[in-house]
Design a protein around this ligand. Structure first.
Ligand SMILES: [Zn+2]
Length: 247
């Protein structure tokens, strides 16, 4: 017997057989896992209100002898995040966050910081935080954790250090910024003001609480949004399925 107990966020649930549930969950200890909740569709006792989409629960699970499937033994609810289901935009953004996490973190890849990010983003969304800001924070931080941090330190063309003065443009093939001598602003190379570069830097590299306080104004949101869109589509190779509900 090798039973694990870990906080986990429920990412997906599917009916399985006559009375079971197939659950995908993201743990802080072992990354994303899949498990069977035996009798999960009926057993209110062991899985009381926990096996719902987006729930944060303490899960007790054990690896089956073969394959990468687990058995879920029981769970205890920490947070149901009702606000995530209260309106279409919140629901879409929460689903989008799940999809991006799945893409960046394959089954079994552990990243405690990613778990914390997803949890913090859900908490903020549940409290009614502004969805366009939360989306930017989550995208930039998740991409950075997944190994795709945007290089904001120097021009990706001439290598000149970005001193935090003047405009820069984003170059998606380099995953970084370029100075205006090296690159012209265009639809594929959108401009970033000094304030936007600074804010993006803080978001990418500081803990959630600090990043959350980065005070994005409408102008910064307007600039950063297309940069992250281009960056993600280029690195991931496609648009997220859930993105269409948000745009
Ligand atoms: Zn340059």
């Amino acid at each position: 017997m090798n039973v694990h107990i870990s906080p986990a966020i429920i990412m997906r649930i599917k009916e399985f057989g006559e009375s079971d549930l197939l659950v995908t969950f993201f743990t802080s200890d072992s990354g994303r896992l899949k498990g069977i909740a035996k009798g999960g569709r009926k057993s209110q006792k062991r899985f009381a209100n926990c096996l719902d989409l987006f729930c944060l629960a303490n899960l007790e699970y054990e690896l089956k002898r073969k394959g990468d499937l687990h058995f879920l033994h029981s769970c205890k609810l920490f947070h149901a995040f009702p606000g995530l289901r209260s309106d279409f935009t919140s629901l879409s953004l929460a689903s989008y966050m799940i999809e991006l996490t799945e893409i960046l973190f394959p089954l079994g890849v552990t990243d405690k910081e990613m778990f914390e990010l997803l949890k913090n983003a859900f908490l903020a969304l549940n409290e009614g935080g502004k969805t366009d800001i939360l989306r930017i924070l989550f995208e930039a931080k998740a991409m950075a954790l997944g190994g795709y941090k945007i290089n904001l330190d120097k021009c990706c063309g001439c290598g000149r250090l970005y001193a935090g003065e003047g405009m820069a443009v984003f170059k998606r093939s380099k995953g970084g910024i370029a100075c205006l001598k090296c690159e012209q602003e265009s639809e594929l190379s959108p401009a970033l003001s000094m304030d936007s570069v600074k804010a993006l830097k803080i978001i990418q590299s500081t803990p959630w609480s600090q990043a959350k306080a980065s005070d994005l104004n409408n102008e910064m949101i307007r600039e950063i949004k297309p940069v992250l869109k281009l960056h993600m589509e280029y690195r991931i190779g496609r648009r997220l399925k859930t993105a269409e509900y948000l745009d």
